[in-house]
Design a binder for this molecule. Structure first.
Ligand code: PLP
Length: 459
């Protein structure tokens, strides 16, 4: 590898000179230097200093089968030799996206049988937005155009993705969002439940916010509701079990389409292939990406339900939309092999029956009582630890987010990669984690929490 001719310092200098990173304060990064990850194996990543780090984030919520899978590299190599690229525009196709679409139809909820490919979650949400609005036009109801989303939702970083998302800081930098998208409250009981309100009742109240938004606009003006089944980037916010069935009931009542963004939750993370199955809802679209290839290739698939697909096919004519790399043969070959591995190794069932429940118990038992921890929660193999100054009043440390960054930095020094979002520590590990890996992670997080607490109480 040619990078080995460079020292860490040189790589950092070149990085600073030429590389604009996503979601990065560049001035700050130029001062500290970037952390350069050079290789990885199984559940571990290694940086340019040779430090071994347990990857609690599966890259960025995506490396579900873990690192170092020769089979995935071999699948890519074989496909590149045979046919590295051909497009799927203008009635052309290649074998691997065809076979992948068939496989996805097999594992998706029964009423979903059509796939539209892209290279990223953001692209797939852009497609989803276009598809649902186009659907209502084809149905002769172009005024049914409004999309309801949630505050703190994350749906990607293109203009459409950021507009669908409910992140204020992103909206401020948009210079004008896609029109006619509104955001309602998130189903996050720890912050938003009223004193004495049960989880169940809070879930119904959060769903009622969707109904209120529909009534405010008039049902004849609302195209769809979009949400992440479990809000990921917003802080692994897990809705009460009453929430999604009630949202679905409301959407059906007013003939509003239901769009799930499963870019994080898809392909096993929740202990089902899709969180739609875990929450028992039947969405009209499911956005997926990331773990579709375990991050080994950039690929997304918008899963389109029969109702929308029938209209697109029967009444749609040509749909003027598509990406050069839609259905990329190499990415699809890797996805097919990745899904085969997930199935062969029983990773979905393992999360559902073994590691998911063990993870939930371990987080609760190890950290639930910690003085720095306000709440611990998890769903399948995604978890969160809320950092607070006071467990009872839920007061946070100031400035906002600083305590979580401190925990994250201590964790990294302990060889544990966590993410800090606001005052929340997030975990979303590869699905290959075993009970032993979970114990190892908890030991490292425990040390990080203790060290951070000592620092914070000194301030
Ligand atoms: C729920 C959700 N939707 C969409 C996206 C955007 O995906 P990408 O970064 O591949 O564009 C993300 C990324 O984290 C996500 O978490």
């Amino acid at each position: 590898m040619t990078y080995q001719n460079y020292s860490l310092k040189q790589l950092q200098q070149i990085d600073a000179a030429h590389h604009l990173h996503p979601f990065t304060d560049h001035k700050e990064m130029r001062e500290t230097g970037s952390r350069i990850i050079t290789h990885a194996n199984g559940p571990f990543i290694y940086d340019s200093e040779g430090m071994e780090i347990l990857d609690g984030m599966a890259g960025l919520w995506c490396v579900n089968v873990g690192y170092g899978r020769d089979e995935l590299a071999d699948a890519a190599y074989a496909q590149m030799k045979e046919l590295p690229y051909y497009n799927s525009f203008f009635k052309c196709s290649t074998p691997t996206p065809i076979l992948l679409a068939k496989k996805l139809a097999e594992i998706a909820p029964k009423h979903i049988n059509q796939m539209f490919y892209g290279s990223s979650g953001s692209e797939a949400n852009d497609t989803a937005l276009r598809v649902v609005r186009h659907y209502w036009v084809l149905e002769g109801r172009p005024e049914k155009n409004r999309i309801i989303s949630r505050k703190m939702g994350y749906h990607g970083s293109t203009i459409a993705g950021a507009s669908l998302g409910g992140m204020d800081l992103m909206h401020k930098q948009l210079g004008g969002a896609v029109p006619n998208i509104v955001h309602v409250m998130m189903p996050y009981a720890y912050e938003l439940a009223l004193p004495g309100e049960s989880d169940h009742d809070f879930g119904l109240r959060a769903a009622k916010a969707v109904e209120d938004a529909i009534l405010e606009a008039g049902a004849d003006k609302v195209a769809a509701f979009i949400g992440e089944p479990v809000m990921g980037a917003g802080g692994v916010k897990i809705p009460p079990m009453s929430y999604w069935p009630e949202v679905q009931r409301i959407c059906r009542k007013y003939d509003v389409l239901l769009m799930l963004d499963e870019v994080i939750t898809g392909y096993g993370r929740t202990g089902e292939w899709f969180a739609a199955q875990a929450f028992d809802v039947e969405p009209d679209t499911i956005t997926t990406a990331k773990a579709l290839t375990s991050g080994y290739q950039p690929l997304s698939a918008l899963l389109v339900g029969d109702r929308i697909a029938a209209t697109l096919v029967e009444k749609g004519g040509e749909f003027y939309h598509g990406y050069t790399y839609a259905g990329h043969p190499v990415a699809c070959a890797v996805a097919l092999k990745n899904l085969e591995i997930i199935e062969r190794e029983g990773l979905v069932e393992r999360v559902r029956n073994d590691t998911g429940p063990y993870f939930a118990r371990a987080l609760q038992e190890r950290f639930g009582g910690h003085d720095l921890v306000g709440e611990v929660r998890s769903f399948g193999l995604m978890g969160a630890i809320e950092i607070v100054k006071d467990k009872v009043t839920k007061e946070r440390f100031l400035p906002a987010g600083s305590a979580a960054v401190m925990v994250r930095d201590h964790a990294l020094a302990q060889g544990m990669m966590l993410r800090a979002t606001g005052d929340t520590m997030i975990l979303s590990p590869p699905l290959i984690w075993t009970r032993e890996t979970i114990d190892m992670a908890c030991d490292r997080i425990a040390r990080a929490l203790d060290l951070a607490e000592a620092d914070l109480r000194k301030r």
